[in-house]
Write a protein that binds this ligand. Structure first.
Ligand SMILES: [Zn+2]
Length: 58
């Protein structure tokens, strides 16, 4: 059986029959997701996206 390591806590878990893969549990899956969403949100709120192509054509 394939063994993987949970990206959130590093605990060894199995790939097969694991609804939360690649995480070991629902808790780790949600923790990683919320972390990712928070980083995304912080990125957008601190630095507005600059449209680089705005002045490239004249
Ligand atoms: Zn975990």
């Amino acid at each position: 059986m394939k063994q993987i390591k949970c990206p959130n806590c590093g605990k060894e878990t199995t790939w097969k029959d694991n609804p939360y893969r690649p995480f070991c549990s629902e808790k780790c899956k949600l923790a990683d997701l919320s972390k990712w969403l928070n980083e995304e949100y912080t990125l957008f709120s601190e630095e507005p996206v600059v449209e680089e192509e705005a002045d490239s054509r004249s």
